[in-house]
Write a protein that binds this ligand. Sequence first.
Ligand SMILES: Cc1cc2nc3c(=O)[nH]c(=O)nc-3n(C[C@H](O)[C@H](O)[C@H](O)COP(=O)(O)OP(=O)(O)OC[C@H]3O[C@@H](n4cnc5c(N)ncnc54)[C@H](O)[C@@H]3O)c2cc1C
Length: 379
Amino acid sequence: MTFDVSLDNLNCLFFPLETKLNIVDTPDSPSLETLCDYLSSRADQWRTTNDWPREALAACATAGVYRWFMPQSAGGLGWNDVDQTRGYLRLAAADLTTTFIITQFIGACRRIGGSENRQVADRWLPRLISGDAFATVGISHLTTSRRHLGKPVLSAITVDQSPVRYRLTGVAPWVTGGAHADVVVLAATMPDGRELLAAVPTDLPGVECGGGADLVALSASCTDQVALHDVEITAEHLIAGPVNEVMKSGVGAGTGGLQTSTLAVGLARAAVNYLKSEAVKRTDLCLVAETMQHQADELQQRLLLAASGQVCDASEIRGDANRFVMRTTQAAMTAAKGAGYVQGHPVGRWCREALFFLVWSCPQPVASAQMCELAGIAV
Ligand SMILES: Cc1cc2nc3c(=O)[nH]c(=O)nc-3n(C[C@H](O)[C@H](O)[C@H](O)COP(=O)(O)OP(=O)(O)OC[C@H]3O[C@@H](n4cnc5c(N)ncnc54)[C@H](O)[C@@H]3O)c2cc1C
């Protein structure tokens, strides 16, 4: 299947700006710098749930960002995992809110594109890749959210004993950009414990997407719960399942991967770059800035090696990335002094954004190790 994505058309529709964006076809392309300069210059505008970063997302569509992650056979650029990681590192340093939204969008596209049910892929992929439709995911209740409750928060039952008709009831507690989505990839649990994944159109009767919760940071990602009031889905919506452990099935599968660490290291890089720029005029900062730059390079190298398939402990990288983003953003705040504590200074935003990595899809062993460290307990 190929998709004709006319970049010139997208440029006119979405990006009537002074900066003309060219396609970013490799992570070394100078166009990536132009895109990131644009994103970073606007990142502070995305503050509240009323500030969905439409233009930033459109700029990314124009620059072909969504195509990095898609195979050439589907009209994408087919970047390998290392190049995707390099791309995400740059984007996250420029604008974490927009980059985070993209990860959820791409997560949804991957699940839809990787489904054995071609009906679902054919229906959604062309519009998703061209930027004409937006998709997101609500799956964390199978991995890191509400696991202690002992009963599923989103359940599926068969309708009239049909193997292709299901009724969904409950909530997906965390869905980024649900109110802006045309389709949400949702996970639900059957009474016998099997799980299914479905691409649920947001205009189906009974789907209620929250407009966005006020968060410590990233509020403009419009993350909220999606409630399902007896929503009926059929074979055309099914991505996978019902099976045991549906998250381990199919293309685009896998949780606790390197993506969260990548965004943390990207944000840390923004803080390190700030320290470096301050150190130019403040020699007392040179040693700290250089040391942290060296550490950022090392951590990035480990991430890229892991992305290239080298055996690695993803949890260890995640723990290190979490620690590093906290250290670097707080070092940047210390360097920026009171000026950094005033709303509008990017350093304050980075410090708040860094806290996100303590909670976003954080595997329990990483969270436990972090708690012991904070408590001064040696493990
Ligand atoms: C900004 C943001 C965006 C997100 N976007 C998405 C998204 O697009 N898609 C997606 O699928 N997920 C998303 N997530 C979810 C995320 O990946 C995690 O799953 C989520 O942060 C886990 O937090 P929780 O409050 O749901 O955890 P929970 O484990 O449900 O904890 C909630 C509360 O329950 C209590 N509690 C926890 N554990 C126990 C226990 N063992 N015993 C008793 N009480 C307990 C505590 O009081 C705790 O505060 C997002 C999260 C955030 C913060």
